[in-house]
Design a binder for this molecule. Structure first.
Ligand SMILES: [Zn+2]
Length: 390
């Protein structure tokens, strides 16, 4: 398609024409996911105007060449603390360079290191929020809830208070290898901490024990289940691929479903069952960190989004899962819209017709003919080119 090479022109044109980020420029001929073609005028880092394609005004014109534009993508589950291994990465490598302008670190840090994570974001062009791990040690080791002494309630409350503009929820990883002999107790404590702090929970699910029914029964409206499409034994579907009754009940209570693809937590078979049973698509997130970015099966947000297109979700539904839905959960609707007066927070991407193999966390392959590729983002008026491998 003509997009791919033409997008390169956006980048060179931008750098040639827009010398400072404060100069007014028009992003000409871009397309909303609805298909509507528009120009977007950007000045002083803000959206100054939105017009029909070809009608925008400004000192400089940057040709968008018909690429798609959405509000900047939001990834609700990443690991953005660079010092941690394996679950860590550089913020901009998993953010703006992949077309994602807002990332939410999913509990890499507990009370011991959350201030360091907060400090790291000062150097990043990507906007960063975090779930606070209820274990003070966070992912310095991967069985962080196996010893209840690491669960210090006072420290959790102090951290939430100290970083109220940064922390958006509490993270509890409730699966066998994380909790060890602690069983369901860490989740009970998390529930109490949620009441005490007013913060919703993000709960990672996986292999049992604890039994998944026991886990989801403790979750309430606005809590997040991440990894809900995992293909492990203790998942949310029965052997015939039907959602468990407890899962349907939890959805009825208003629980938020988050993909959290990751190395081990996204199964095409489960995702196909979820679609077949009409389970709503809330947020698509990657659970990305160095290893699964470089070696797969995650690679990039674009790659994960392409999997949902393959599953039969429309482009609108797929992009809503990384824009409006995520922004609404965060209580920051401005991050999910393109509106005059807002900070310019945009992702430019293409939908290319090419044949590509997609791989899930179980090693299962699917062949698709349509892929979403992030090409660039505009953050506070600055254009940043994406560097996507696929
Ligand atoms: Zn994770």
């Amino acid at each position: 398609m003509r997009h791919s090479h033409a997008i390169v022109n956006i980048i060179t044109l931008y750098h040639k024409k827009v010398r400072t980020v404060n100069e007014k420029f028009v992003l000409r001929h871009v397309k909303r996911v609805s298909g509507e073609e528009i120009d977007i005028e950007i000045e002083n880092g803000k959206i100054a105007g939105i017009t029909s394609a070809g009608e925008g005004c400004g000192a400089h014109v940057v040709d968008g060449c018909g690429a798609y534009v959405s509000s900047g993508w939001i990834d609700m589950h990443v690991h953005a603390f660079p010092e941690f291994d394996p679950y860590g990465d550089e913020m901009d490598e998993i953010g703006v360079k992949l077309g994602v302008t807002t990332i939410v670190d999913a509990g890499s840090c507990g009370a011991d290191r959350i201030s360091e994570l907060a400090a790291h974001r000062e150097q990043a062009k990507t906007r960063v929020y975090a779930f606070l791990n209820i274990s003070r040690i966070g992912l310095v080791r991967i069985d962080e809830l196996s010893n209840l002494e690491w669960l210090d309630r006072e420290l959790v409350k102090q951290s939430v208070q100290a970083h109220s503009d940064f922390i958006v929820g509490l993270k509890a990883r409730i699966s066998r290898s994380v909790v060890g002999a602690s069983g369901i107790e860490p989740l009970r404590i998390a529930r109490e901490l949620s009441y005490d702090t007013g913060m919703p929970l993000m709960v990672h699910i996986g292999s049992g024990p604890p039994d998944i029914r026991e886990v989801i029964s403790l979750l309430q409206r606005n809590d997040v289940i991440t990894h809900y499409l995992n293909g492990k034994k203790n998942n949310l579907f029965d052997a015939e691929g039907r959602p468990l009754q407890e899962f349907s009940d939890a959805i009825g209570r208003g629980i938020h479903l988050d993909v959290g693809h990751g190395t081990a937590s996204f199964s095409f078979k489960v995702a196909e069952a979820a679609k077949q049973h009409g389970i709503g698509l809330h947020t698509i997130s990657t659970d990305i960190y160095r290893g699964n970015r470089l070696n797969g099966p995650v690679f990039s947000m674009g790659n994960v989004l392409s999997k949902f297109l393959y599953l039969g979700y429309s482009l609108e539904e797929t992009i809503a899962a990384v824009t409006t839905h995520a922004a609404a959960w965060l209580g920051k609707p401005e991050l999910g819209r393109i509106q005059v007066g807002d900070r310019a927070n945009l992702t430019l991407f293409t939908l290319d017709n090419k044949t590509v193999e997609l791989i899930d966390s179980e090693g299962e392959l699917r062949v698709t003919n349509q892929v979403i590729e992030a090409k660039g983002v505009i953050v506070d008026g600055e254009f940043i080119e994406c560097e996507v491998r696929s």
